[in-house]
Write a protein that binds this ligand. Structure first.
Ligand code: NAD
Ligand code: TYD
Length: 353
């Protein structure tokens, strides 16, 4: 067995579904607190698969985590669980400190106790893989080189600061206690099952619903987009072949300004689902107040992962974004399920007129 935390969220659920799509794959214990971002309907296709065991719970609950590890004796833990939305971290940072820092600390401590109790051979095979973000490196200027694994941490938002803290804890548990850890720092993901408070799914769904497409500031902030399936493949590769204690940057070499991303989505929708009145969805674009402390540019240098572990993304932005738009068009039930009351509360609170 392996344990996945946060496996009902966007990337975690894609990872679980991809992993179990392989009939020979080991089973997964999926520990998720089911916050607003967790969604069991994504995992519905696994309802009859005995290899998937879902446990609703908090990575910060030491009794629960300790019992789970003793009972299921996993050979690896992959930690996706986190509060992950920058804008929410600005409105309310406390949950980010609680889960991303204290929760990760608890998970590391429970893992350390469990790992110490294993026979030598199982200890040697065990892995703790921590899933992190490129946002820990801070913001780049237009002509700066992309983030490398050696770039200094300069987090700017409560979200990125809390992820940076967890990365440091993971590093220290390796150096101090010898816990066999691996860390991945990935750029912005997009793809199926993405909660529509993040830019790409928000724009697709607002466009279809005739709502404004909100662009913060001048829309020239740059993100380095990676299709979620490529991120999942990179994690599997690092889990299998990564060198203990190392960190690996994961990215798609797909730097795009936000405005370009939004216009690309509009163009695909114009083609696949033309507006009844014949105009372009781009007419719905609205420039809104910028995010406080908005990082200008992220770019990932993923050459270490390619050179050392042979990973390369399969999707370009052009292929991945088209797949993503198509997925949202053919999955209206999933969309309706996540656009619940609490989702509308967030939209009303954040996008004040
Ligand atoms: P998400 O917000 O969609 O999902 C997070 C999941 O974690 C949810 O299912 C939630 O219920 C669960 N969770 C939250 N607090 C928990 C707790 N205390 N205990 C157990 N479960 C808890 O996030 P995501 O986009 O899937 O991101 C997953 C991981 O990848 C995060 O660690 C994030 O920092 C990292 N990451 C995300 C991106 C991105 O673009 N989304 C890029 C790089 C790295
Ligand atoms: P987001 O998807 O929240 O990811 P992150 O902040 O982690 O990069 O945002 C991606 C980019 O899109 C970021 O520069 C902020 C911007 N953005 C908008 O312009 N409008 C929006 O409504 C949202 C949600 C994001």
């Amino acid at each position: 067995m392996i344990v996945v935390t946060g496996g009902a969220g966007f990337i975690g659920s894609n990872f679980v579904l991809d992993w179990l799509a392989n009939p020979k794959a080991e089973g997964i214990i999926n520990l998720d607190k089911l916050t607003y971002a967790g969604n069991l309907s994504t995992l519905a296709p696994l309802a009859k698969d005995p290899r998937h065991i879902f446990i609703k719970g908090d990575i910060g609950d030491s009794t629960l985590v300790t019992n789970l590890l003793q009972q299921h004796r996993p050979r690896a833990i992959i930690n996706f669980a986190a509060e992950s939305h920058v804008d929410r971290s600005i409105h309310g940072p406390a949950d980010f400190i609680q889960t991303n820092i204290l929760g990760s600390f608890n998970l590391l401590e429970c893992t350390r106790t469990y790992w110490n109790s294993l026979p030598t051979e199982e200890q040697q095979q065990f892995r703790f893989l921590h899933v992190s973000t490129d946002e820990v490196y801070g913001s780049l200027g237009a002509s700066d080189a992309a983030f490398k694994e050696t770039t200094a941490y300069e987090p700017n938002s409560p979200y990125s600061a809390s992820k940076a803290a967890s990365d440091h804890l993971v590093r220290a548990w390796f150096h101090t206690y010898g816990l066999p850890v691996l860390t991945t720092n990935c750029s912005n993901n997009y793809g199926p099952y993405h909660f529509p408070e993040k830019l790409i799914p928000l724009v697709i769904l607002n466009a279809l619903n005739g709502q404004p497409l909100p662009i913060y500031g001048d829309g020239m902030q740059v993100r380095d987009w990676l299709y979620v399936g490529d991120h999942c493949a990179a994690i599997r590769r690092v889990l299998e072949k990564g060198t203990l204690g190392e960190t690996y940057n994961v990215g798609g070499w797909n730097e795009k300004a936000n405005l370009e991303v939004v216009k690309t989505i509009c163009a695909i929708l114009d083609e696949l689902r033309p507006r009844p009145n014949g105009g372009s969805y781009a007419e719905q674009i609205r420039f809104v107040t910028d995010r406080p402390g908005h990082d200008r540019r992220y770019a990932i240098d993923a050459s270490k992962l390619e050179r050392e572990l042979g990973w390369k993304p399969a999707e370009t932005f052009a292929t991945g974004i088209r797949k993503t738009v198509e997925w949202y068009l053919v999955n209206p039930e999933w969309v309706a399920g996540v656009q619940s009351g609490s989702y509308r509360d967030w939209i009303n609170q954040h996008y004040v007129a």
